[in-house]
Design a protein around this ligand. Sequence first.
Ligand code: RIB
Ligand code: CA
Length: 313
Amino acid sequence: MEKTKLILDCDPGHDDAVAILLAANAPALELLGVTVTAGNQTLDNTSRNACNVLSWLGKGEIPVYAGCDRPLVRDKMIAADIHGSTGLDGPVFPPRTKFPEKGHAAQFLIKTLMASAGDVTVVTTGPMTNLGLALRLEPRIAEKIRQIVLMGGSYTNGNVTPAAEFNIIADPEAAHICFSCGRPVVMMGLDVTRKVLCTPDVVARMAKVNNRASRLFVDLMGHFCRTQKEVFGWEGGPLHDPVTIAWLLRPELVQLKGMNVSIDLSHGPSYGRTNCDYFGYLGLPETARVAVDIDAGGFWDLVEAGLRSYGED
Ligand code: RIB
Ligand code: CA
């Protein structure tokens, strides 16, 4: 079976950490590298978190590259209310042994994509700053990107403003560059990620796997679910980012609908909105396939299988 090659660009972040966990050990995937940006927390925090998660999982051989510590244009924003002061509050890791490779994440993206046969998927689960910068530094990578699969946006409400979701509003200009680069875009927005709430019974189910991956999952969700309830009142934390990896592994779990999507760059109340023309009012060409539904039961089965793939301790 031919593996899907991917680069995961992220801002760990509790849900990013679960996306890393699923991508790093899936037989059907070849995780070429993890690139990191500021977002949920500062770059120092998100870089350390990515390194610690991979080390904990015994996947220290997967390279991590630190990228942009701020958005391309707008001012910085972080989500400490959800992810805490470290960006990964909850789990306690052993003394750090893994550090980012030398070189900027954008340069890793450029080098890897330009050397590829055009078969690399770029998954982004944080602000799209690194990919946006890479596309500006070397526009030729666009033809080398097999597809962009992102967690971000929504065709309904946002989670930072009524209009905008965090990953997009944290760097709308970068998102615009990525959505308009001409490559296939698959958008997992809040509309479906809010349908996979990690409720206490899900946590209890995953705890029974009882290996290092499941213990990490339980520790992550202990914090993530508490803050999601405090901030949004959810009965469980919406496990946003792993939906990207779940779709790569089992595309039948997610229903997609092609539509014209543009990023609102105006500096009004809709700044950072993914304007999704769900009903085709504008008659403009499709620019993304947007997730409109998800098989939540199948998603949790996939998460459990991902945890079990790490075997017994
Ligand atoms: O809006 C949710 C997204 O923002 C997730 O990727 C979360 O990790 C944060 O980056
Ligand atoms: Ca994220």
